[in-house]
Design a protein around this ligand. Structure first.
Ligand SMILES: [Zn+2]
Length: 93
């Protein structure tokens, strides 16, 4: 059995259960770090924006079934965007 973790190893926040959509190929829940301050997310976003000029990043995600780390691509819209002005439609929250 893989080790169960409930907190993000990068920011120590509680992970949330994330149910992937059917098309993603997963048939079970994953654990996702939704912290926008998470170093994993912040560094990944800075790297992606810097290297590719793309407006997305990766969130830390953990598969409790395999014990594997799975980087989940997260679109950085609205306030999360480091490329403000490029994105036409901001999130409405
Ligand atoms: Zn985190």
């Amino acid at each position: 059995m893989p080790e169960e973790i409930s907190r993000c190893p990068h920011c120590d926040k509680q992970l949330v259960t994330w149910v992937p959509c059917d098309e993603s190929g997963w048939d079970h829940d994953l654990l996702l770090c939704e912290n926008n301050e998470c170093s994993y997310f912040v560094h990944g976003r800075a790297k992606v924006c810097g290297d590719y000029g793309a407006n997305f990043a990766y969130r830390f995600c953990y598969d409790p079934k395999t014990g594997r780390e799975i980087p989940i691509v997260a679109w950085c819209g609205g306030d999360l965007s480091l490329l403000k002005g490029r994105c036409e439609s901001g999130g409405s929250s």
